[in-house]
Design a protein around this ligand. Structure first.
Ligand SMILES: [Fe+2]
Length: 133
């Protein structure tokens, strides 16, 4: 059983971004599996680091496209990304047993599903009208 599964309802109408969202879901599921099966802090830290790096890369991809195409809601959207990066930064500071909490997983699951379904969906029409899909 996967924690989260990408489905076509989550499509934001831009292939590159959908592919990155799918990859993000894979990483979150892997992290969840790891959390369930190990208390090995080193492994958890490593996986959290990968998840953080890929997430940053993805948010930057969106932000570059916002800048390139002059997306009118880019500032509000970026603020939401900034809050996400700050929260992940806090998780990365966690040490030892604090890392074993499922708070991180709960946050990731809620944030990505909610963010894609609400905030990301808003750019679909804009990008599609610009010919990006
Ligand atoms: Fe976003």
């Amino acid at each position: 059983m996967f924690l989260i599964e990408w489905k076509s309802d989550y499509s934001v109408g831009v292939q590159e971004l959908d592919d990155q969202h799918k990859k993000m879901f894979v990483l979150i599921n892997q992290f969840y599996e790891l959390m369930k099966e190990t208390k090995d802090i080193k492994n958890i830290e490593k996986m959290l680091g990968e998840l953080s790096d890929y997430g940053k890369y993805h948010l930057e991809t969106e932000e570059k496209l916002f800048a390139e195409y002059g997306y009118p809601e880019k500032e509000d959207h970026q603020k939401i990304h900034d809050a996400y990066r700050a929260k992940i930064g806090e998780f990365l500071q966690k040490k030892d047993d604090a890392l074993l909490s499922f708070e991180i997983i709960d946050f990731l699951e809620d944030w990505w599903l909610g963010h894609i379904a609400s905030t990301d969906k808003k750019y679909q029409k804009f990008f599609n009208e610009k010919g990006l899909e």
